[in-house]
Design a protein around this ligand. Structure first.
Ligand SMILES: *Cc1c(COP(=O)(O)O)cnc(C)c1O
Length: 395
C-alpha cells in the first residue's frame, strides 16, 4: 500500500485547481499588464482572483499581494515592518522559538543588522503564552510575529489574543498562516493582523504561488524591483495560471473546511491512539489545540531518519522533525522548544493527513510504524543501553 502522509510538506494539487491552471494557461495567456484585449481579459481574471482570495480572508482586495509562496510573503512582511520601525528608532521584534525558518532566518538577518530579536518560549504542549507576549511588548517594538499554526507539531497559537494586544498598543502584527489557511478558519480582522502569509501548495494548490495580506496603511517595501505589478510592490509578470489555481483550491478548501476537518481529525485521532500504545513514546504538541491532520511523535531509542527510510520501504511517505531531513545535524528547534532533549528529539516522526487519506491507510500506517519502530530499536545501541539500565528512560 502507498500512503502519502506528508501533507504539511506539500499536497497533491486537487483536480479542480489543476483544471483551472490548464484552462487559464490555454485561454488567458495574455500578460495582465498588456493593453490589448488578451491582456485585459487576463487582468480581469487576476483582479477577480484577488477579490476572491480577499473575501476568504475577510480582507479588502487592495490588501492582497500575490507572491511566489509563503517564504516570500513572510520575508516581505517582516522586512517591511523592520524597515519602517528602523526609521522610527524602533528596533525590537518579538517572535517565537517555533517559527518556520522563513521567519527565523529573516529575523537572524535582522539581528545582524542591529535589531533586538526576542523569541518567546512555548510551553510543553507547544503553545505560546499570551502573557509572555504581552510582557515582551515595549515602546520600541516594531513587530510581533507569531505563526497561526505550527508546521511540525500542528499546534494552534493564540493569535487573536496576541493580535488584540498588538492593536491596543499600535504594534504591527504579522502571522505566518501558511499551515492554517484552508485548514482552520482564518479572518484577518479577527486576528487583528497587519500582515498574513499564505501558500497554495499547503491547501492542494500548486507550488510557487502564495499571497501576502498587508493591511491598508501598513508599510510595505519591495523585495523584487521591476515593473509596476501588484501595485508596484512586487515586480514580475503575474503567474495567472497558478493564481487562478490557488484561488480555486482556496475556495474549495474553505467551503469544505468543517466536513474535511472533522473527517481528517478522525484519521488523526485513530493514529494518535494507535501509536500511543508503543512503549516509550510521546505525542508532540497539545492533544486538542492542533491541526486536524497533524500527528507528531517522539520515540525513544530511535533515529528519525532510519524510521523514514524503513517507512518509505513500506510505501509510507512521512517526515521527521530531526536533522538529516533538513541537511543539518541539529534536531528540530520546535522539538527542543517544547522541552525534548536532543536524543529524544532525534527520534521524531511527523505524519500529516488530508482529505485524500483513508481509514484503511491509517490502519496500515499504524501497523507499519509499530513494525518499523521495533525494527529500528532492535539495531539501536541507545535502545540496548536503555534496556540494560545503562541509560534512564525519559519517555
Ligand atoms: C511551507 C511553509 C512555509 C513556506 O511556504 P513556501 O510556499 O513553501 O515558501 C512557511 N511557513 C510555514 C509555517 C510553512 O509550513
Amino acid at each position: 500500500m502507498k500512503v502519502y502522509a506528508d501533507n504539511a510538506a506539500t499536497t497533491k494539487v486537487r483536480p479542480e485547481a489543476l483544471e483551472a491552471y490548464v484552462k487559464t494557461s490555454e485561454t488567458l495567456f495574455g500578460n495582465p499588464s498588456s493593453l490589448h484585449s488578451e491582456g485585459q481579459r487576463a487582468k480581469e481574471l487576476l483582479e477577480d482572483c484577488r477579490a476572491r482570495v480577499a473575501a476568504v480572508l475577510g480582507a479588502d482586495p487592495r490588501e492582497i499581494y500575490f507572491t511566489s509562496g509563503g517564504s516570500e510573503a513572510d520575508n516581505q512582511a517582516i522586512l517591511s515592518a523592520a524597515r519602517a520601525g528602523f526609521s522610527k528608532g524602533k528596533k525590537k521584534i518579538i517572535s517565537t522559538a517555533i517559527e518556520h525558518h522563513a521567519v527565523l532566518h529573516t529575523l537572524e538577518k535582522l539581528k545582524k543588522e542591529g535589531f533586538e530579536i526576542v523569541l518567546l518560549p512555548v510551553d510543553g504542549s507547544g503553545i505560546v503564552k499570551v502573557a509572555d507576549a504581552e510582557a515582551a511588548m515595549t515602546d520600541d517594538t516594531c513587530l510581533v510575529s507569531v505563526m497561526t499554526a505550527n508546521n511540525e507539531i500542528g499546534t494552534i497559537q493564540p493569535v487573536e489574543e496576541i493580535g488584540a494586544l498588538c492593536r491596543a498598543r499600535g504594534i504591527p502584527f504579522h502571522t505566518d498562516a501558511v499551515q492554517a489557511v484552508g485548514h482552520i478558519p482564518v479572518d484577518v480582522k479577527k486576528f487583528g493582523c497587519d500582515y498574513l502569509a499564505l501558500s497554495a501548495h499547503k491547501f492542494e494548490g500548486p507550488r510557487g504561488i502564495g499571497a501576502l495580506y498587508c493591511r491598508r496603511g501598513a508599510p510595505l517595501f519591495n523585495l523584487v524591483e521591476g515593473g509596476a505589478q501588484e501595485k508596484g510592490k512586487r515586480a514580475g509578470t503575474e503567474d495567472l495560471p497558478a493564481i487562478s489555481a490557488m484561488t480555486v483550491a482556496l475556495e474549495l478548501a474553505v467551503q469544505n473546511l468543517p466536513q474535511t476537518a472533522k473527517y481528517v481529525q478522525t484519521l488523526r485521532d485513530f493514529v494518535i491512539d494507535g501509536l500511543s500504545t508503543i512503549p516509550h513514546c510521546a505525542l508532540n504538541g497539545d492533544r486538542n489545540k492542533r491541526l486536524a491532520g497533524n500527528v507528531s511523535f517522539c520515540f525513544e531509542g530511535v533515529e528519525g531518519e532510519a524510521l523514514l527510510l524503513y517507512l518509505d520501504d513500506l510505501g509510507v511517505c512521512a517526515s521527521s522533525g530531526s536533522a538529516c531531513t533538513s541537511g543539518s545535524l541539529d534536531p528540530s528547534h520546535v522539538l527542543l522548544a517544547i522541552g525534548r532533549v536532543h536524543d529524544v528529539a532525534h527520534g521524531s516522526l511527523r505524519l500529516t493527513f488530508n482529505e485524500n487519506n483513508t481509514p484503511e491507510e491509517m490502519r496500515y500506517l499504524v501497523d507499519a510504524v509499530k513494525t518499523v519502530v521495533a525494527k529500528v530499536r532492535a539495531f539501536s545501541p541507545v535502545w540496548r543501553d536503555l534496556q540494560e539500565g545503562k541509560r534512564q528512560f525519559i519517555l
